[in-house]
Design a protein around this ligand. Structure first.
Ligand SMILES: *Cc1c(COP(=O)(O)O)cnc(C)c1O
Length: 441
């Protein structure tokens, strides 16, 4: 281990725990009241721009994907109260949850079945729009359903989109790009599940497999793409577009909370728990929520013990300057959607003034939480997706946080949202295997 890192293991207890592969909870000491106002890298206007773009594409999406008929081409998921799960967590995990517990069901997002249907699809649409506008084939005021026409399919087939993925990002980029007519290449890391590769190939996506981890798949994808002037690379390590696509979730959730008459204000704090891989999805969602609810929303990430890159990056302040392997952590986790060894190059820095904290969770617990949710609520979500519960089952740490922000006497009126990030496309036999996993431990 590098000398500076060794010192940090000695002085930051959460980093020491992480390096020892223990579950831990890091509270972010750099969080500030009104912290979102200090963020310069992205802006409220950019979120609005992303939201408007998704509206322009809605007529096209509605025609291209029959499952979007109902929502008029808007890709969105439900927000449901999960009282049975709340009682189960309080009983089995002594979570001591007061207030309301809800599940944001991005695990059921149409088109690609995970949270990546927000950022991933958004970035493909943005690029497709840019190309068509430049070519003079499209105006922003057009009805975008014209993108279904053969001349667009032909136009996009001359362009390539590439991406590195542990699975779900490849699914969303692959499905969307192929639908528009692009040649699309997905570079899959060793963690990616076979059924995801099979599904993509069945949709005409070129899948290249690597025996290495996610960083290698990204590196190869980037190299491949840079060598081809007609190729565009979706860069999960650096992409502001992905981030902005995710951030639109903020205004969507605001509308759902309003519809369900759930207050978020001084007296009614909102806690949100999101699984974290490279950071784009949870970071974008947090940014979107912070822009709307400011100090009334409190966001936490959870990572697998074996892939706690965002926690290491933020707790050491070194961000993408560290990877889990620097701490002799091997990065292998069943939570394929979160199997990332090095955090995003920019998300951790944006999160510094706004994030509440980061918890880590063992793989075995993910399966237990998955079975609990299925038994109590009849909702299936994939193992990665269960990580959201990880921060919620740490009552002592959350109590410390509540005390620090003067929320202790308001916790009865709080709402807690666990962000379920994937699951509806998992094939039946894989579900069966998941449900039996780790039972003998
Ligand atoms: C990708 C993914 C995440 C986290 O998103 P990042 O942008 O990698 O942080 C969480 N859950 C699932 C199921 C995912 O596929």
């Amino acid at each position: 281990m590098r000398k500076e890192l060794n010192q940090m293991v000695g002085t930051i207890p959460e980093v020491a725990d992480a390096a020892a592969l223990k579950e831990t909870f890091w509270l972010n000491g750099k969080q500030q009241a009104g912290g979102e106002k200090t963020i310069k890298e992205v802006s409220r206007e950019q979120v609005k721009d992303a939201s408007d773009r998704l509206l322009r594409f809605a007529p096209y999406l509605k025609m291209a994907f029959p499952e979007l008929e109902e929502t008029d081409g808007i890709i969105e998921s439900r927000l449901c109260e999960i009282n049975g799960m709340k009682e189960w967590l309080n009983r089995e995990y002594h979570a001591g949850i007061k207030g309301r517990l809800l599940l944001k069901r991005d695990s059921d997002l149409p088109v690609s079945g995970s949270v990546k249907a927000r950022g991933g699809i958004y970035e493909v649409l943005k690029y497709a729009e840019e190309l068509a506008l430049e070519a003079g084939m499209l105006r922003e005021t057009d009805d975008y359903s014209i993108l279904m026409r053969p001349e667009f399919l032909e136009f996009y087939s001359r362009h390539t989109i590439q991406v590195g993925s542990t699975g779900n990002l490849g699914m969303s980029i692959g499905i969307m790009s192929a639908k528009l007519g692009f040649h699309v290449i997905v570079h899959m890391s060793a963690d990616a599940k076979q059924w995801k590769k099979d599904l993509l190939r069945s949709r005409g996506v070129e899948v290249i497999e690597y025996a290495d981890d996610y960083c290698m798949a990204v590196e190869q994808g980037r190299k491949n793409s840079d060598a081809d002037p007609m190729s565009y690379f979706v860069d999960d390590e650096n992409s502001k577009n992905l981030f902005l696509g995710y951030s639109v979730a903020g205004e969507r959730l605001q509308a759902q909370l309003k519809e369900q008459k759930i207050a978020v204000d001084e007296e009614h704090p909102l806690f949100v728990y999101i699984p974290c891989g490279i950071g784009g999805a949870p970071g974008g969602i947090t940014y979107g929520l912070k822009q709307i609810f400011g100090d009334h929303v409190h966001c936490f990430f959870t990572e697998p013990v074996q892939a706690c890159c965002m926690m290491l990056g933020m707790a050491t302040g070194l961000h993408d300057g560290v990877s889990v392997s620097d701490f002799d952590i091997d990065g292998r986790t069943d939570a394929d959607g979160l199997a990332v060894g090095r955090p995003s190059a920019f998300v951790g820095r944006i999160m510094e003034p706004v994030l509440g904290g980061i918890a880590t969770i063992r793989d075995g617990r993910l399966y237990d939480l998955m079975r609990g949710l299925l038994a109590e609520e009849d909702i299936f979500i994939e193992p990665s997706s269960c990580a959201g519960f990880g921060a919620l089952i740490c009552p002592d740490d959350l109590a410390e946080y509540a005390k620090k922000w003067g929320l202790t006497d308001r916790m009865e009126q709080a709402s807690h949202i666990v962000w379920a990030t994937g699951g509806c496309m998992v094939p039946e036999e894989t579900r069966e295997t998941y449900l039996k996993t780790g039972l003998s431990e």
